[in-house]
Design a protein around this ligand. Sequence first.
Ligand SMILES: NC(=O)c1ccc[n+]([C@@H]2O[C@H](COP(=O)([O-])OP(=O)(O)OC[C@H]3O[C@@H](n4cnc5c(N)ncnc54)[C@H](O)[C@@H]3O)[C@@H](O)[C@H]2O)c1
Length: 358
Amino acid sequence: MSMQRVLTVGVVGLGYWGPNLARNFNQLPGCRLGALCDLDPERLEKMQLLYPDSACYVSFNQMLEEANLDAVVVAAPVHQHFPLGKAALLAGKHVLIEKPLASDSAECEELIALAERRGLILMVGHVFVYSAAVRMIRRIIDSGDIGDIRYINSQRLSLGLFHNDINVVWDLAPHDLSMILYLLGRSPDAVNCQGHANITPGIEDVANVSLSFECGRFATIQSSWLEPRKVRQMTIVGSSKMIVYDDIEPFEKIRIYDTRIERPAHYETFGDFQYTYHYGDSRIPRIEQIEPLRQMCQHFIDCSLSGAQPLSSGESGLEVVRILEACSISLKSNGRLVAIAESAHDGRRISGVMETRA
Ligand SMILES: NC(=O)c1ccc[n+]([C@@H]2O[C@H](COP(=O)([O-])OP(=O)(O)OC[C@H]3O[C@@H](n4cnc5c(N)ncnc54)[C@H](O)[C@@H]3O)[C@@H](O)[C@H]2O)c1
């Protein structure tokens, strides 16, 4: 009888988000929640009540040394992603790091190289690429049903949660960016970013990002911590149909509109010129009800056990951080167009992440 392999996982950072990761790793097959770590003993005490079989540590290094882990999940603040991720890789653990992968692209590159040298899995928590809705949109795009993608708009707005170490772009836009890159299958060449710090001096809480792609495609992202409603919406405009994805909707997350506008190919006089508006039916496809975070955690377990490259690999984490760095440069120069190649040189000096001010 063959023994099924089980991955022993430790979660570091048990503030707002970490408990959701701990819950999933505790429930999923092929995995054991071996240890929990947080600097705050009160957080640990609460978690110990929920997971009495997991060892608890205030010291991350002690967890690495003593807990006999195969993998570590990092859900600490962004400036801690690199030091904690690096220490875990050096200790021979597979690593899943929450988004964004690190504070700048140099850190991302170092983590990627280290994981590669040691033959370990490095994955970033781009949770939306594991959502059934986003995967369905990708399938619809790939099928050619909505034609050529012309434009994508993504909005992520709500009241808070305010951070004092990263701005709203570094906090929220990684989700939109990872989805846009996944849906289009390519990275932008340049970005513009404008924003404003309304509440905390120096930390933008509202921002607009524009992404330009070599192929002529265009995407915009609106990020805000200053909005009375919670909005999680994306519009994908194709040459023959359009899709609206509303992540707040519990069941009808995707609506496909048979809507388009055509310009006449030839016309003799201005009087002949007419746009053609096509208004067809809209359709709501059925989507599987599976928690994207659960899918993401299962994927990390599977990749760690099999050695397969994750969908949200370290490389995709780096791709997103390069764009965030370009956004930071653009923000500081009032929205000028910044080539991603330019940010690869300058972004490291101007990342959006500060050593904590908490
Ligand atoms: N995927 C998502 O939708 C999503 C949502 C929220 C947050 N996040 C990500 O999760 C991460 C954590 O965010 P949060 O909002 O939970 O932050 P938080 O501040 O609420 O929690 C962070 C926790 O990490 C602990 N911590 C900090 N440094 C530590 C260290 N060196 N060792 C052990 N513990 C340490 C703190 O004590 C705190 O309890 C961030 O990377 C954030 O981007 C992802």
